[in-house]
Write a protein that binds this ligand. Structure first.
Ligand code: HEC
Length: 175
């Protein structure tokens, strides 16, 4: 019978492998819209009369074509996006939101905006207009077998085998 500690080692090795570690891009409605709406839309939102610098950040078109001097959002290129420059600068004349707006972005919010632009700056319709999606099946790891120093299981439709060879975990992807 396989030892519990070995079983845990094998599973830990699997879970830290790249298979499970695919980074998830920020989701517009969940992660990005709240930041923009709280901190930017007063001056760069749907209201044309309140709009500053001819820039609206509530649409993909506005965010990628608006602004007076630089490209506000360049999908896939946070380093070339003026939005990223403006939220990270220390210059009080440049920083967004402007100091008198009395709003300060947290480091986490800045990172989310950067990751979102890096992942392509995808906009989604407001949740109220998005047709509900069927929830995707929960991620379940089906244990198929444990025998001496070997663990077989199915995960996301594929079968894996983890073998412990002299303390080294070998991973096989089967069918
Ligand atoms: C209180 C109003 C206000 C808020 C809130 C605000 N901005 Fe601005 N923004 C301005 C003004 C005014 C300018 C034009 C002056 C300047 O360029 O600094 C500007 C300019 C910009 C520009 C440069 C546009 C160009 O012409 O190239 C970017 C990018 C920008 N804002 C991004 C943001 C982002 C991102 C947020 C939220 C995190 C934000 N702003 C929040 C008022 C605001």
């Amino acid at each position: 019978m396989i030892r519990l500690s070995l079983l845990l080692t094998l599973l830990a090795a699997f879970c830290t492998s790249s298979l499970l570690a695919a980074p998830e891009a920020p989701d517009f409605n969940r992660d990005i819209r709240p930041i923009l709406s709280e901190n930017c839309f007063h001056c760069h939102g749907p209201d044309a009369k309140a709009r500053e610098a001819d820039l609206r950040l509530d649409t993909f078109h506005g965010a990628t074509t608006g602004g007076e001097f630089a490209d506000p959002v360049v999908p896939g290129k946070p380093g070339e996006s003026e939005v990223i420059v403006r939220i990270n600068t220390d210059d009080p004349d440049e920083i967004m939101p402007p100091p008198d707006a009395k709003r300060i972005l947290t480091t986490k919010q800045k990172t989310l905006l950067r990751d979102w632009i890096a992942s392509g700056a995808e906009y989604e319709d407001h949740w109220a207009w998005v047709t509900p999606q069927r929830p995707t099946a929960p991620t379940i790891l089906h244990l198929l077998g444990i025998d001496h120093e070997r663990l077989t299981f199915r995960y996301q439709g594929r079968q894996f085998r983890l073998t412990d060879v002299h303390g080294k975990v070998i991973k096989d992807v089967m069918a």
